[in-house]
Design a protein around this ligand. Structure first.
Ligand SMILES: [Zn+2]
Length: 124
């Protein structure tokens, strides 16, 4: 068995099991990425673009398309009701439920720092 290096720029995979064409070999990862882009892709351009770093692009798009957090409780502070949403282990989002004038104000707070001054109305 020889070494069949992926012909894509920046890809270090060496076990390509597809018959090479004018673009050279392509590894399974790059092939799957190419397939996911659809059939209108310029293969030559694709072969000179670095492979996607899935982890990096995942954290990039996670910031843009945030996952809905889990509502953990409703609290009252200064006669206003807030919904407390747990986003991650140490990130909590507080939404003002009664501010209809503007989109709900959302702010990240450090875990529990301001909640200790709130009255818990309902734990979910
Ligand atoms: Zn590759």
């Amino acid at each position: 068995m020889g070494v069949f290096e992926c012909g894509r720029k920046g890809c270090n995979n060496i076990m390509c099991d597809r018959v090479p064409d004018e673009h050279g070999y392509i590894c399974g990862d790059c092939f799957n990425e190419l397939v996911s882009l659809g059939v209108t892709v310029n293969i030559e351009l694709f072969m000179i673009c670095k492979p996607v770093n899935t982890k990096e692009s995942c954290s990039y798009y996670n910031e843009i398309f945030k996952k809905k957090g889990k509502i953990i409780m409703r609290v009252e502070k200064n006669s206003k009701i807030y919904t407390v949403i747990k986003q991650t282990e140490d990130e909590v989002l507080v939404e003002d439920e009664f501010d209809f004038e503007q989109p709900p104000f959302k702010r990240k707070i450090q875990m529990w720092w301001s909640l200790k001054y709130c009255k818990i109305i309902k734990e979910e």
